[in-house]
Write a protein that binds this ligand. Structure first.
Ligand SMILES: Cc1ncc(COP(=O)(O)O)c(C=O)c1O
Length: 446
């Protein structure tokens, strides 16, 4: 490695110019946490510490860091063909990838639209839903329904349907009109319940109320099958089924945002299959490329594609939507290499096998006094830390102790969010929870 590129992962001369996303810039710049290298389940920090990655960064690298096969495929692709104009032109890889993705998506969700990330996948799904209704002559359908505590990215569409009010405060005047929100599914009796709670399916009836109130105006309902970023809210038994039935009754499209749950997190390729409920549209990102090159995906039913395509005159552009970086060669190469690994290493099955041990160990933290609730499913876990003074303070402090003690995870408010790599073994899970326990104990003693 030459001197210039060696420096890119080491300690910079100045921290002043980079405005970091979703961060306490001031806190970070006083006490930086820089990652200098990553391999398998482990990260190295600029202080020479080793961290075990219990959240795949941001749910991104379930096959582990530094996968040679992916690096090799991307590097080869960049040398051979680095960019193709994606409108009215193409290259073989993006078609091959779409075929391979469609083999895993449920039922007839066989049409694959590429975007750049999760946020652009969600905004594209919103536009596709509008285009579908317009193609069917339903121009009155303009409303979207989201859910409290839902996270669908930071573009205007995703922000509008998302359920984090504090993220929207600075831009309420530019949000989409007519958006309604259902209640989230976490009930007081779900405390420390393992897997899917028995109660709460009737919360889906919020959609029925909205559909009746705005009869003929609701275009689509978007939810995360398991709400991820907010701290892992597992759907009550029967809830998703009930939403599906209400959507069918009122001609509402059901969109599953599987940006976190997609590609094996639950032990099935998608949560749709795990919970046996098929949406009309699905959004994916993150694990699609093992997080190493940005890519988002919208998978839609054949019938939606057909309606939109056939509504345009022959030879015309059917959907005025797309991005410069829709399905760029480097992202496609990474995603194809990921597909190879999924198959070769029987990854989804591996998740199914290790998940019970992860869940059992996750719930063992229940005895800690400041642990207020635990939720989990597959290789996802949420741990609520008792609030201190103001929301988010306790979560951030525990997160910092975790980092100090060698375990990397995501904290949202006072919830610690865990999503370990699919290649985790029992010894890794033991290490993760020993370090989290130690960190929470330290936090309680301070
Ligand atoms: C469910 C869900 N949808 C959308 C997004 C947005 O994805 P991105 O940050 O890639 O735009 C996220 C990000 O965490 C997510 O969890």
């Amino acid at each position: 490695m030459d001197k210039m590129s060696a420096h890119r992962t080491n300690i910079p001369n100045s921290l002043n110019e980079h405005w970091m996303p979703f961060s306490s810039n001031r806190d970070f710049k006083k006490n930086p946490r820089l990652i200098t290298s990553a391999k398998g389940l482990y990260l190295k920090t600029h202080e020479g510490k080793t961290l075990i990655d219990a959240s795949c960064g941001l749910f991104c690298n379930p096959l582990g860091h530094g996968r040679e096969e992916i690096a090799e495929a991307v590097s080869k692709q960049l040398r051979e063909l680095d960019f193709v104009l994606p409108f009215n032109q193409g290259f073989g890889g993006s078609f091959e990838l779409a075929t391979r993705i469609a083999k895993h998506t449920p039922e007839d969700l066989n049409k694959i639209f590429y975007t750049i990330c999760g946020s652009t996948a969600v905004d594209s799904a919103i536009k596709i839903a509008m285009a579908y209704h317009a193609a069917n002559g339903n121009k009155k359908k303009f409303r979207f329904v989201g859910r409290d505590r839902g996270y669908h990215g930071m573009n205007i569409g995703g922000l509008s349907v998302g359920g984090f009010n504090n993220y929207k405060e600075m831009c309420t005047s530019v949000l989409m009109p007519g958006v309604q929100h259902m209640r989230h599914t976490l009930l007081p009796e779900h405390k420390f319940v393992k897997g899917q709670p028995d109660t709460g399916a009737e919360l889906a009836d919020d959609l029925e109320l909205i559909a009746n109130k705005f009869e003929g105006e609701v275009a689509a309902c978007i939810i995360e099958p398991i709400a991820g970023s907010t701290g892992i809210l597992v759907p009550p038994k029967g809830y998703l089924d009930r939403l599906r039935k209400i959507c069918d009754k009122h001609g509402i499209l059901l969109i599953f945002d599987e940006v976190i749950t997609g590609w094996g997190r639950t032990g099935s390729p998608f949560a749709a299959q795990e919970f046996n409920v098929t949406p009309d549209i699905m959004t994916l990102a993150k694990a699609t490329t093992n997080g190493v090159v940005p890519m988002g995906v919208v998978a839609v039913r054949d019938g939606i594609y057909d309606a939109v395509i056939n509504s345009a005159p022959e030879g015309a552009i059917e959907l005025f939507h797309g991005y410069t970086y829709s399905g760029i060669p480097a992202a496609v190469a990474a995603a194809l290499a990921v597909q190879d690994i999924f198959e070769k290493e029987n990854i989804f099955n591996r998740v199914k096998k290790i998940s019970p041990y992860f869940q059992e160990t996750l719930y063992s933290l229940k005895d800690l006094e400041c642990v207020e609730n635990i939720r989990g499913y597959g290789l996802l876990g949420g741990i609520d830390i008792k609030m201190k003074d103001k929301p988010g303070k306790a979560g951030f402090q525990v997160y910092k102790f975790c980092y100090e003690n060698g375990v990397n995870l995501k904290a949202t408010g006072d919830a610690l969010v865990l999503a370990p790599p699919f290649i985790s073994e029992k010894k890794h899970i033991d290490e993760i929870f020993e370090k989290i326990r130690k960190s929470i104990n330290q936090y309680m003693k301070q």
